[in-house]
Ligand binder design. Sequence first.
Ligand SMILES: NC(=O)c1ccc[n+]([C@@H]2O[C@H](COP(=O)([O-])OP(=O)(O)OC[C@H]3O[C@@H](n4cnc5c(N)ncnc54)[C@H](OP(=O)(O)O)[C@@H]3O)[C@@H](O)[C@H]2O)c1
Length: 284
Amino acid sequence: MVDDGRVDELAGLPARPVVGLLHPGMMGAALGSAMKRAAGAVIWAAAGRSDATSKRAELADLVGVPDVAELARRSDIIVSICPPHAATEVAEQVAAALGDRAHRPLFVDANAVSPATVQGIGELLGVARVVDGAVIGPPAWEPGRTVLWLSGAAAAVVAELFEGSPFEARALGPDLGAASALKACYALQSKAIPAAWLAVEAAARGYGVQDALRSQLARDGVDLDAKLDDVGARAGAKAWRWVGEMEEAADAVAAVGVPDGFSRSAAEMYRRMAEEGPTGQHER
Ligand SMILES: NC(=O)c1ccc[n+]([C@@H]2O[C@H](COP(=O)([O-])OP(=O)(O)OC[C@H]3O[C@@H](n4cnc5c(N)ncnc54)[C@H](OP(=O)(O)O)[C@@H]3O)[C@@H](O)[C@H]2O)c1
């Protein structure tokens, strides 16, 4: 696969590239583990990261290096998988570490960001060296559920590195931003629309009509508490991270002239959930 000659003039990757992973969160640890088969080594940067990240990296058998600068120097390909609001900062750290080095690693931004954000990262690190990535599905330790969408000039090269792994990698063409656009549209239904139930309940509670609303909705066959439980269970401890994702999704839809209110409202409802906890949103 990676040593069949297709890898690659464009990407300039060696047969078994060193993969730098920023950072081994829940998704990052799974992505890093998935790349071990094709990689010479998968390395991660310890500086500033929590014990939880360190533990995940250890369990995934990734190789620690001291910091982002060292990781950037040693990597043939860098995968950024971090909270969406930190995506640009991580790319800037890599750019600073690389300086004006001639041989530049491929950089895969696999975060839930807007097309404009990933295009900005392309300007920073070189459009031909950046690949836009979007993960849809849970951290994948088994095949079958999770797709890694990729777009950009070297998308197909990156997709090859995931062959036979738990992540199904699909190249979406050469446009930097296409994968992020797809993820933003997907997130409108998976995260923004469910957040409407949080707003419905909070508004009814604000007016003191929440019990009447429950009763009225029940006549329509809608169980408001089940809706709230569902969104609370899915967002749960991740609500703080969904704030940034919903803001990025809002920027994405606004850029093509679609009203961004659904996503902005969802961002605010998840911000409140993160502050109050999943059950703080509604009374029972
Ligand atoms: N989990 C999922 O089901 C899922 C599904 C699809 C897509 N994704 C995408 O995957 C990305 C990461 O999700 P995750 O589930 O892996 O999150 P996570 O478990 O919270 O891990 C986030 C990682 O990023 C690090 N981090 C936190 N704040 C940072 C900052 N300001 N700058 C740089 N790094 C920072 C964390 O390090 P510390 O431990 O030091 O905080 C951790 O290693 C997101 O873009 C998300 O949209 C996740």
